[in-house]
Design a protein around this ligand. Structure first.
Ligand SMILES: [Fe+2]
Ligand SMILES: [Fe+2]
Length: 203
């Protein structure tokens, strides 16, 4: 009885109260349906799975860069690895924001590709002489393999995010993509300035 009176009051005050309420309900229903459809679509599932993959990779790279930094011969390369380690920590928190933006929880999914690339880097440390320029020349290539894996991943995921209408997520992924490209470029610069030439003189 009380509810009915309240409803009637509401209707009389707003005039279009009833129709506005029913419109609101319909739009909420549609949003719920859209979200459910989006979250269960094969592309959304793939997108989330690929994010978990790169989330694992970025965390693994933080550890790998620590070892590479210790193993590097020149101060210049040590510094470059240190800088990139700090940047990689930013990439991890950016990914956490991307998960949040699409209503998913950040989780790591083992990435076999990055494990393999990191293992190659460890092999290089074992097979090159400590304090040699050859080690640095080889470590730069190992690091660039990591960058290229990241560039391929972020490039593809940013495009998918745009297609799926996740504009904010796409911006964050593109920001990281740009940083990976810059790092790749910087590593080439370091190699070409003197490390490769000095390595070539070693016997
Ligand atoms: Fe990264
Ligand atoms: Fe990177």
């Amino acid at each position: 009885m009380a509810t009915k009176t309240l409803d009637n009051k509401d209707d009389s005050t707003k005039g279009t109260g009833t129709s506005s309420t029913s419109k609101q309900t319909t739009s909420v229903d549609n949003a719920t349906v859209d979200k459910n459809e989006m979250n269960s679509s094969p592309l959304h599932k793939f997108f989330v799975s690929a994010l978990k993959d790169i989330y694992y990779a970025e965390n693994a790279i933080i550890e790998a860069l620590e070892k590479m930094q210790e193993a590097a011969t020149t101060e210049e390369l040590k510094e470059a690895f240190e800088d990139h380690q700090l940047q990689t920590k930013k990439h991890v928190s950016r990914l956490e924001k991307v998960f949040k933006l699409i209503n998913e929880t950040p989780e790591k999914k083992e990435c076999k590709a990055i494990k393999g690339i990191i293992e190659e880097g460890e092999e290089i440390i074992k097979s090159t002489e400590e304090g040699s320029m050859t080690r640095d020349a080889a470590l730069i290539i190992a690091a660039q393999k990591v960058e290229h894996y990241e560039i391929a991943t972020y490039g593809g995921l940013a495009q998918l995010a745009i297609t799926m209408g996740h504009d904010k997520a796409a911006d964050l992924l593109e920001k990281t993509l740009q940083e990976e490209e810059d790092t790749d470029y910087d590593l080439t610069e370091i190699a070409e300035t003197y490390i490769n030439f000095d390595a070539e003189q070693e016997d």
